[in-house]
Write a protein that binds this ligand. Structure first.
Ligand code: PLP
Length: 401
């Protein structure tokens, strides 16, 4: 019997796409949204929109309460020590750029920033540009053939000159968890600042910031079954206090004169201007939805679907998996076939997968590839989705090989 998803009916977007003959297997790029998120979005917009933190009228107070409730939910979801450790940003990319700017004054020429070889451009380019601006060294942790970080090399490379470590939690290409506990311990031993890019990892399981012990953690709501345009930046209180203010404008000042101003601390000091109120409120609904799930059932479904994906891919001649994915996704290439041609033929058959370099060009170059196909799974996907994908893949390969 084909694997079913108990959550599929919650997602109007998946049902609409299915109605069009589309099989959506690109949730690592963005996830579909459950009805509860759509209701929260429309509820705020249709129920009387108002700006937050400014107005003393009823709609303004109502909007501010709903907006700030998401901060409480996010703080609880990440087990932050305080709600003030949760900042709203536009997403992971903006949060990482904020950090690369906001921490710049703490770094001196010759200091080292350590990243890994598999980083998404969002967690590479802000640090690369910072390194260029400040005369810093960007040190790259190499991978073993399996796609794991080589920890013995990491222990050599994270040293007394390391001032900052910035690594992913879960690779968007290889589908493997990074050894965060070990890497963060190495960074801590050197007194380095640590940044974790949770864009892919956040949605899988629960992540306890106090237990993890990183200084900063970022994620994007649109990959958490929430709206686009908003993300979370967690910062440990003492680490946040070191951050330089970066965007200036309404609601982030304590006091302003023509020639000088004093700024608020986090979180509001880092949320200048009107925030994405509707998206933040809808993110609260996404967190409620995630919290309401039976975590054991989620883990079982994710594991079963992923096992079926891997079994189907490895059974096919010429299909080469990138590394050994652990969950959520699998990237592959096919000997003698260009990934763009394959993606095109899959798309013609209504299969939505991602093709290309997956915003990790240095990793792809290191693997000697110009690109790969990535299939990524959401909680709404089921065995029928995979069967449709494999039927389309076989047909495409028959034409191309
Ligand atoms: C590992 C990783 N980091 C960062 C990002 C950037 O996220 P966003 O585009 O939501 O800012 C992504 C997006 O795919 C990602 O996979």
């Amino acid at each position: 019997m084909s694997l079913t998803s108990p959550w599929r009916a919650d997602f109007p977007g998946i049902l609409a796409l299915a109605g069009e003959g589309q099989t959506y297997l690109d949730s690592a790029a963005t996830a579909q949204k459950p009805q509860a998120v759509l209701d929260a979005l429309l509820g705020y917009l249709a129920g009387g929109a108002a700006n937050v933190h400014r107005a003393q009228h009823l709609p303004g107070e109502r909007a501010t309460r709903a907006f700030e409730a998401t901060r409480d939910k996010a703080a609880a979801w990440l087990n932050a020590a305080s709600r003030d450790e949760i900042l709203f940003t536009r997403g992971s990319t903006e949060a990482l750029n904020l950090l690369a700017y906001g921490l710049e004054h703490l770094l001196q020429p010759g200091d080292e920033i350590v990243i890994s070889a598999l980083e998404h451009h969002a967690n590479l380019l802000p640090w690369q540009q910072l390194a260029q601006r400040r005369g810093l060294q960007l040190v790259v942790l190499p991978l073993e053939a399996s796609g794991n970080i080589d920890l013995s090399q990491a222990a050599q490379l994270i040293g007394p000159r390391t001032r900052l470590l910035a690594v992913s939690q879960l690779s968007n290409v290889l589908g493997r968890w990074l050894p965060l506990a070990e890497l963060l311990a190495l960074a801590r031993a050197q007194g380095a600042i640590s940044v974790v890019d949770g864009a892919q990892g956040a949605v899988h399981g629960r992540h306890d910031m106090q237990a993890l012990g990183c200084d900063f953690y970022v994620c994007s709501a649109h990959k958490l079954y929430g709206p686009d345009g908003v993300g979370l930046l967690y910062g440990r209180g003492a680490a946040l206090a070191q951050l330089r203010h970066w965007q200036f404008g309404g609601e982030m000042v304590l006091d302003a004169d023509y020639q000088s101003a004093r700024f608020r601390p986090a979180p509001l000091g880092f949320e200048a201007g009107t925030p994405p109120v509707s998206a933040v409120i809808a993110l609260g609904a996404a967190l409620d939805w995630l919290n309401g799930l039976d975590q054991a059932a989620v883990a079982r479904h994710e594991a079963a679907l992923h096992a079926e994906l891997l079994a189907g891919l490895t059974a096919r001649d010429g299909v080469r998996l990138l590394g050994a994915p652990q969950l959520a996704l699998a990237s592959f290439c096919v000997d003698g076939v260009h990934n763009a041609d394959l993606a095109h033929l899959l798309s013609e058959q209504g299969i939505a997968v991602r093709a290309g370099h997956h915003c990790a060009m240095p990793l792809m170059k290191g693997l000697g590839l110009s690109g790969a196909i990535r299939v990524s799974l959401g909680l709404y996907n089921d065995g029928d989705d995979l069967q449709r994908f494999f039927a389309a893949l076989d047909k495409a390969l028959e034409l191309l090989q």
